[in-house]
Design a protein around this ligand. Sequence first.
Ligand SMILES: *Cc1c(COP(=O)(O)O)cnc(C)c1O
Ligand SMILES: *[C@H]1O[C@H](CO)[C@@H](O)[C@H](O)[C@H]1NC(C)=O
Length: 489
Amino acid sequence: MSLRLLHSIFFELIDKFLEKQKSLFKPAIKSAVTVTIVSIQELLSLRITKEGLREDDLVELCRKTIHYSVKTSHPHFHNQLYAGIDEYSLAGSWLTEALNSSQATYEISPVFTLVERAVLKYLGAFCSWKEEEIDGIFSPGGSIANMYGIVLARHKMFPHAKQKGIYNIGELVLFISEDAHYSFIKGAIWLGFGSEAVIKVKTDEKGRMDPYELDKAVIKAKQENKLPFFVGCTAGTTVLGAFDPLIPISNICKKHNLWMHVDAALGGTALFSPRHRVLLQGIEFADSITWNLHKLAAVSLQCSAFLTRHQNLLTECNSFNAEYLFQSDKYYDSNYDSGDKSIQCGRKVDSFKLWLALAARGERKIELLVDNVFEMVEYAVQKIRERPSFRLVLSQFESSNVCFWYLPPLLRRQNCANFASDPRLAKVCPMIKSKMMERGNLMVNYQPLKSKNLPNFFRIVFTCYPPTTENDIDFVLDEIENIGSGIII
Ligand SMILES: *Cc1c(COP(=O)(O)O)cnc(C)c1O
Ligand SMILES: *[C@H]1O[C@H](CO)[C@@H](O)[C@H](O)[C@H]1NC(C)=O
């Protein structure tokens, strides 16, 4: 690829990025979603030709790719648990891409090996763990990080499973809350326990695991001759943003000798704020933690830290000592080769972009960005409460997500308690979403919540970057109200 091509794509991206507060938006979300799958295929021509494209055509192809993609950095993109990217993290990821390093051994990645170690220690310190016990690895996403938690728990309790498998151990079971992320179940499937090995514990009205129910479920499983070994708590559930009570859960884990994993994929970033880290009180007792910096902290995808306070357990559990990579007679201390802790061979460098963003912004700035998320949540809750056309799903939200219904006039007139059982309510969100995508100036996701028997509701998600403003929130509510007033259910 020629330099000219690289430059034109690069500058187009930068332009869009800097421009985002103004006009990125219109052509941005709109073009991506109103064009159907078939027409995008025609517009882009995904065919590979014998001779390759001319340079001008290549540039055009890249432009179209940018044009038809959703610009997740737009201030009105609230559709996912990730959104804008911190510009420093973007710069960091360009740097690591350009060096096309792999994180397998110290010899190919000396700088990044040290950066990964330092960043993991830095993150672990927020959990009040002792520096010498902190270990971990950057993993390709929170789902895989949760799987790391399960596999370490198994290894701690049944080390021979590494050679013999789990066939002769007995019926191993794991516990998560009914509002926990589905990746735990996928993990149980992949690791050979099966989905039925995952026992779902009831949550309270806010979506937090009920420790008493956990204790009961563990006792019941033991009575049925099952072997409990793992509890997956959640700090910031995916839909309601709820934080499980970690201290009482840790006591139950101690009592039954269970591995305590905290899925803080979403909520871990609250640890950066002295005002809000109280939400994760008890995280110091966790055996392992998942923390997605690509969500609230706005580092570019992917940036998922898996942390454990069992030094060397990752190596013991996962190492295979492949002779062509991890020779024991190296010219340096081969403990610095982090690759054998991993389930991967080649591994992207995910730590550097986080480190660069932290280094550039400094702790004070990050703390302010996190606090802003919580302030915006409060503002959104207050504004939703004030508008008669909206109903909050919970009276308060613990973290970055705010969930609510829009009620068309017909449902608004009903007795307050009844609107949620009206079968027409479930149709409102999909109708508004489809109009929203036609207009192309806002993306907000919706979902039902089966555990609580709640029909489709909207979920706005706030992240640190770009910082959300009160105007952005007013825009979201005005826009949904405006679209909603025109739908007929
Ligand atoms: C997003 C999320 C995950 C999955 O993380 P990925 O990086 O998307 O794999 C796991 N747990 C929770 C609570 C999440 O919000
Ligand atoms: C990565 O690939 C580029 C282009 O092929 C090459 O110039 C560069 O040396 C490589 N870098 C590393 C760290 O392997």
